[in-house]
Design a protein. Sequence first.
Length: 246
Amino acid sequence: MIKSLLKKFLLSQGYVISKSLPEDAQWQAHRNYLDDTIALVGDADDLCIMDVGAYIGQMAMAYRSRFPKARILAFEPCPESFNILTKKVQGCNIECHKMAIAEKSGQTELQLFDFAPANSILPPHPNRDKVWGENKLEATERLQIEAITLEDAFNAFNIRHLNVLKLDVQGLEHQILNAAKGLLKAGRIDFIYLELILLPTYQNQETITNYFKLMEEVGFELHNFYNLSSVEGQLRQVDALFKRLK
């Protein structure tokens, strides 16, 4: 009875309860990001959403389901993932671009892993096995890809205003946002949803302290955290939604 009442209360507050996964991959109770985004953004006819690090299209399709009238652009540089992405979103009016959003425009190198969602422009950290398990993040190949800055993407794809920027680029989020300070300070992006990796996973990944300093500098504040992941009781990764201060 108590469990049922507690579950109903948490659901009424926008939280989801899930069982712990085996071993160290424990995803705790969390708010539903898409529900929060709908409440914050609304569903105007001219919404624009950018899914950076689209992988095989799960989030792009979720956005399309929740925002049927929005313009959605998906960016994925890995050829294999991009091919799956384009097939999955076929007929859904989602613009797919086989390129990375990065700190600089031009050619760059992508590290490929056996676990494809971990693909990153950043090389793996020597201590990554302690965080994610032995041999789970082993780089298998290096691939030359096309990259473009966020500001150049705005110009190239005629984006006047972006309502939601989703960044899941395996440690490169801070560099991308730091290079786009002009866009952010000009108020051309409303909400930023990004993955924050807190424990050593990639070389040159930024600390959460520096993320908050940057977001404060460009006029954003934290709305909430989502999808908490811990190892041995320590938070190793979390998603965060930031909103532009009016």
